[in-house]
Structure formats: C-alpha cells, structure tokens
Design a protein around this ligand. Structure first.
Ligand code: NDP
Ligand code: GDR
Length: 372
C-alpha cells in the first residue's frame, strides 16, 4: 500500500485529493494546523478515528513554518508521495502579510524538500509542488504555457516563484522526483468563501434568500481560466506517476471575466442582471426574476452588486488563460467539468445553505453571513 502525505489537507484541494487517493487505496496522511476551533469541515466525511483498527486516513498536527515538526512527520510516515498544497493562498492577503506568506509558501517548500533529503528519502519520496498561474502575473504571452516567462505581481506570486525554482533545483541537484503543477484557478463548492467565485455564488444565493442585500466586489474586468478542483487534483496524482518528473500547466483553455461569472451565477439563482456604469460606479440591477422559488426575496429594479475599491489590489493580474496542451499530450489529461457546470454546482450548494440559514433566521437564530 502506497503512503501519501498531504500538506494543506484541510483546504479545498487537500480534501479532494485525500478522497481521490483513499479511493485509489493509498494510506493518506495529512498535516493540519492547530486552531482554536475545529478546522476540518472539508474532511470530516472521510475522517477515521485513530482508535479504529488500521485507519487509512491519519492527521498530524504541524505547520509549514516548523522545520523540526515537518522532519519528524516525514520520518514517521516515510511517504512514497508528498503533495505540498499547504499555503497562505490568498493573493490579496499576501499584500497584508507578505513576510508570513514568504515563510509558508516559499521557505515552507524548502523545509519539506530539505527534510526529504536530510532523511535520505530523496530516491524514495516523490514530491508535488502546488505552483500557480499567478507566476505569469503581468502576462508576457497569451495563452500561457510551460515556457512562458514569469512576472509575479504579488508577495504570494513571488513566494511561489521561489518554491517553483527550489523544486526544479532539488530535482536537478539531487535527482529527486520533484515536479510543479502550474495550476490555473480552480474552484468548487468547497472553495474558500473569500475567493471571488465562491464569494459571488454565496453572495448571490444569500441575496436570493433575503439574507443579504448587496454583494460588493473589486475588479470585475479581471479575466480568469476557471476549472473544477476535482479535475485538477486528478492531475496532481497523474504527475507523480510518470517515469520522469516534469512540470505541467493545468488549465481549461477558456477564460471569462468576473462580471460574466456574476451573470452566470445570477442566472443559476433565477435572476437576470443588467450592468451599468463604469469603474467604481458600476452596478448590477435585476431586470427579471426567472425563478421566484430560488429567489423569493428579490424584485426587478433591485441593485444587487456594487464595486468597493477596498477589494482592488496594489498590483493586479488582469488576464490569465492557460494552454494545457502538454498535459493533454504527455499525460492524456483532459478537463471534464465546464465552468458552467461548476458554477451550477456551486450555486446549488450555496442556495441550499442559504435556505437553511433563512429558516434558522426565521426561527430567531443568529446567522452569520460575514464576507471579506
Ligand atoms: P486553500 O486556501 O483552500 O488551502 C490551503 C491549505 O493550506 C489549508 O489546509 C490551510 O490550513 C493550509 N495552510 C495554510 N497555512 C499553513 C501553514 N503555515 N502550515 C501548514 N498548512 C497551512 O487552498 P487551495 O486548496 O485552493 O490550494 C491548494 C494549493 O494550491 C495552495 O498552495 C495554493 O496556493 C495552490 N494553488 C491553488 C489554486 C486554486 O485556484 N485553488 C491555483 C494554483 C495554485 P487551514 O485550513 O488551517 O487554513
Ligand atoms: P486569484 O483568485 O487572486 O486569481 O488567486 P481570487 O478569486 O481571489 O481573485 C480572482 C480575480 O477576481 C478579482 N476580484 C476579487 N477577488 C476577491 N478575492 N474578492 C473580490 O471581492 C474580488 N473582486 C474582484 C481579483 O482582483 C482577481 O483579479 C487564486 C488563489 O487560489 C491562488 O492561491 C491561486 O494561485 C490562483 O488563484 C491561481
């Protein structure tokens, strides 16, 4: 039985990857951070009690900022595969906490690679690094592929650039099987609530059910190549099953704007929108309610989206569009879920949550709809 160790197991990708590897028969180990309340929502359904006989799923307390802890866990697990998904992964937050982001996202990667080497596991343990389309930043070529030059535009992207190159360096210096997946944005109902797609599907659903009045967004012109996390974690595993380690771009090859994603989500929630105004004055007004069961609290003429400049970033990545040809040709990977299907799944999930919260509110319970 193969053993995998996943950092960031409590995050969106970590949860899908853990499910995927368990189905493949792996013994899955994950590193979770100590928090003052439970932070395992996304993996509770696959949790196995340590009191069970031979659990296939095991969690270890740890942190990417803690070298001795990482070394001890890797030594105890002796993993065949390490997936480094743990990160301070929010681009806007990286401008607020640049040093911490560098410590976790850049040096955290080095700590893992060094631990593998220090323990003499460099010929046994295969390493996957969660690299990102943010490396392309101020894009030098459209679409972006493995050979497109990098131009990071945030502390997050700069930290991930170090992680990218240190992964390549350990492969070239020590013959480690270490590779980078340069993944474009991928989303799901498990996406963190402050990333734009989830903020939109959750916000629109809350408005439809009368829990909120307006959704405030930043740059609505930003263009992204959005795929589904389930498709992307499959590729993370495929990358570690090759004869030789290599780096791959993973993307759908399609892009839409934030504004288009708002429109798509509203349609899924039974609302037609019209966008008027420009820049910070742009608004979205409801022109028609096509499904009053989904959106009982909204009327034509309601303004449900506005721009708030606090969500603008000091430096923006305006456009990202990936070319996944290499992954298709060398690995036979293809994206199976379209952005429309993904959006429909996210809205359905958030509408169900909003309905439950509306019911609780109706019965006098306090409901949190906090958004940042
Ligand atoms: P999430 O933000 O959902 O998950 C991040 C995970 O990292 C969480 O489990 C989090 O723990 C953990 N983490 C944060 N800080 C630390 C730390 N100091 N030590 C240990 N663990 C830590 O991210 P995603 O699942 O969306 O992304 C997974 C990886 O892929 C990240 O590295 C991200 O940068 C990268 N990536 C993501 C893309 C995307 O579109 N989703 C695209 C390209 C790359 P906790 O739950 O306690 O916060
Ligand atoms: P991104 O994702 O920065 O691409 O990083 P995010 O969803 O945060 O932003 C996408 C685009 O939408 C614009 N935007 C807003 N973003 C947020 N979060 N909130 C808003 O209100 C808002 N309004 C407009 C942003 O300016 C941006 O242009 C994600 C993360 O998962 C990274 O970890 C990963 O590496 C990259 O995707 C690929």
């Amino acid at each position: 039985m193969k053993k995998a160790l996943i950092t960031g197991i409590t995050g969106q990708d970590g949860s899908y990857l853990a499910e995927f590897l368990l189905e493949k028969g792996y013994e899955v180990h994950g590193i979770k951070r100590r928090a003052s309340s439970f932070n395992t929502d996304r993996i509770d359904h696959i949790y196995q009690s340590p009191h069970e006989e031979q659990p296939q799923f095991k969690l270890h307390y740890g942190d990417l900022t803690d070298t001795s802890n990482l070394t001890r866990i890797i030594n105890a697990v002796q993993p065949d595969e390490v997936y480094n998904l743990g990160a301070q992964s929010h681009v806007a937050v990286s401008f607020e906490s640049p040093e911490y982001t560098a410590d976790v996202d850049a040096i955290g990667t080095l700590r893992l690679l060094e631990a593998i080497r220090f323990l003499g596991l460099e010929k046994k343990t295969r390493f996957y690094q969660a690299s990102t389309s943010e490396l392309f930043g101020l894009v030098q070529e459209i679409p972006q592929k493995e050979t497109t030059p990098f131009y990071p535009r945030s502390p997050y992207a700069a930290a991930k650039m170090y992680a990218y190159w240190i992964t390549v360096n350990y492969r070239e210096s020590y013959g480690m099987y270490a590779c980078n997946g340069i993944l474009f944005n991928h989303e799901s109902p498990r996406r963190g609530e402050t990333f734009v797609t989830r903020k939109i599907t959750r916000g629109i659903s809350n408005i439809a059910q009368g829990l909120e009045e307006c959704l405030y967004l930043g740059n609505m012109d930003a263009l992204r190549d959005w795929g589904h996390a389930k498709d992307y974690v499959r590729m993370q595993w495929m990358m570690l099953q090759q004869e030789e380690a290599d780096d791959f771009v993973i993307a759908t090859g399609q892009q839409i704007s934030v504004r288009e994603f708002v429109k798509m989500s509203a349609n899924e929630a039974g609302l037609e929108l019209e966008f008027t105004g420009e820049g910070v004055d742009e608004i979205a007004t409801v022109t028609q309610v096509t499904d009053s069961e989904k959106a009982p609290s909204v009327n034509p003429g309601d303004v449900i989206v506005r721009v708030d400049p606090r969500y603008f970033r000091p430096a923006e990545v305006e456009t990202l569009l990936g070319d996944p040809t290499k992954a298709k040709q060398k690995l036979g990977w293809e994206c199976e879920i379209t952005v429309e299907q993904m959006c429909a799944e996210m809205v359905a999930n958030d509408l169900e949550n909003a309905r439950k919260h509306a019911l609780l509110k109706l019965h006098g319970h306090t409901v949190s709809v906090a958004v940042e």
